[in-house]
Design a protein around this ligand. Structure first.
Ligand code: TRP
Length: 358
């Protein structure tokens, strides 16, 4: 999502802070606590993987303390049917662990299992105004995408809930896409106001930083939209090699047999080159040159093979994990326990600051 002009400076500042943190991660990641997560709406696709999940695993492996939230209450911000939520949570857990999130080092938990986190939303709501909530550009986009005219109460206020997700564990690093920057900015404002209004100026809540990744957005295989399962234009991590090849063979391309990397002029071909580049670690231009005038058919086979090779170990782990849903939910329950201890301690401190200890 491109930043509206009025927000340009705050996006630039976020980018600068983000660049600085990347160098801190390389030199000394201690003191960094990452909190990020996903809405459990089903299994993940390669857009999620190359865009964020792989990056989280790298941060975890670099020694950044890692907390991942399964944002189940966020599923009902923009839809009326909750669907098979448990099934979606299971798929998400499977993809996390298959991609290399290590439950020994990282904490995975869900909104609905951590009551003290949810309770933080009440004091936090007292710190924001209606116009502030109403001008959040991401919320506006989601309202429009949901095709509804009336704003739901949870859609309007979920950025405040998301502030509780981040602040309950004193997270100071939030790896997200640009569309989430308004929520991080809202979280910073809430932390600042809480510290001033209720904590007597003590810096109790840190103002977290967004960590923006270099990873490119992967478009759907129709070349027009973001990858999204509802459009059927994705390669899912859970697919096998054959399915992946079939999907990629059906991707939209153009008639020019000379393969070039031109994201503006030839978005569909560029998108396949981006996928191949992500899977191989090679530059997209370099791959385009190798394919030369052998056309989109050759590019598709190259891309599918590169992707299948890259994902093979993840898919093998995935197949094993699928056999053991009991283990997956055990991991989640252990994470919930840790998150509850943390949230209860934070809420106790918040009550103390607010004089609500009776
Ligand atoms: N809103 C995020 C998304 O849709 C998911 C999310 C929930 C999140 N809570 C969070 C991300 C806290 C970062 C931090 O992708």
């Amino acid at each position: 999502m491109t930043a509206p002009n009025s927000n340009r400076t705050s996006y630039d500042t976020a980018q600068q802070r983000s660049d600085k943190i990347w160098s801190q991660i390389e030199t000394d990641p201690s003191g960094l606590r990452m909190l990020t997560g996903d809405r459990p709406t089903g299994a993940l696709h390669i857009g999620h993987y190359f865009g964020s999940l792989r990056n989280r695993v790298r941060l975890q492996d670099a020694g950044v303390e890692t907390w991942l939230i399964v944002a189940d209450y966020q599923v009902i911000t923009d839809r009326e049917v909750i669907g098979d939520i448990k099934g979606s949570v299971r798929e998400l857990l499977t993809d996390y662990l298959a991609a290399g999130i290590d439950p020994e080092r990282s904490t995975i938990f869900s909104h609905s299992a951590v009551p003290a986190l949810n309770q933080l939303m009440l004091p936090f709501l007292s710190l924001v105004t209606q116009p502030e909530l109403e001008r959040n550009p991401t919320v506006k986009t989601e309202l429009a995408a949901a095709g509804k005219s009336a704003m739901g109460g949870l859609l309007l206020t979920y950025p405040v809930h998301q502030a509780a997700d981040i602040l309950f564990c004193h997270g100071n690093l939030v790896p997200v896409g640009r569309d989430q920057l308004p929520h991080i900015e809202q979280t910073r404002v809430i932390a600042r106001r809480f510290n001033e209004r209720y904590a007597g100026g003590e810096e109790y809540f840190p103002e977290p930083d967004a960590l923006l990744s270099e990873a490119p957005t992967i478009l759907g295989l129709d070349g027009e939209h973001k990858m999204s399962k509802s459009r059927g234009n994705t390669v899912m991590l859970r697919m096998d090699a054959d399915e992946t090849l079939k999907k990629i063979k059906k991707a939209k391309t153009d008639a020019d047999r000379q393969i070039t990397y031109d994201p503006e002029g030839r978005p569909e071909v560029a998108n396949l080159l981006t996928i191949a580049s992500q899977a191989t670690g090679r530059a997209p231009e370099d791959i385009a040159e190798e394919i030369g005038d052998r056309g989109a058919g050759t590019l598709k086979i190259f891309t599918a093979e590169a992707l299948n090779e890259h994902l093979a170990p993840l898919r093998a782990r995935r197949a094993e994990l699928e056999q053991d849903p009991g283990y997956l939910f055990q991991v989640l329950r252990a994470g919930n326990e840790k998150a509850n201890a943390e949230a209860e301690a934070t809420l106790a401190k918040v009550r103390e600051f607010m004089g609500m200890v009776y």
